[in-house]
Ligand binder design. Sequence first.
Ligand SMILES: [Zn+2]
Length: 71
Amino acid sequence: MIFKLIIFAAIGIFIYKLMGGELPRIGKKSKPQKEKKPTGDTMVECCKCGTYVTVDESIMVNGKYYCDECA
Ligand SMILES: [Zn+2]
């Protein structure tokens, strides 16, 4: 009996993936964005001098953060 449930579940997931959809998740509102985007208050380390600055104060060059002085 339980094997049938597992098979049905697997088929359901398979169909979902075929349709290009993601698995339904409760609480989608909490994280609508998948990409990791730091907010303005996040501290990042300057690539050159190692000083920690907030994202707002930092300058991003080629995907790396620099403080005002180093940039
Ligand atoms: Zn720096």
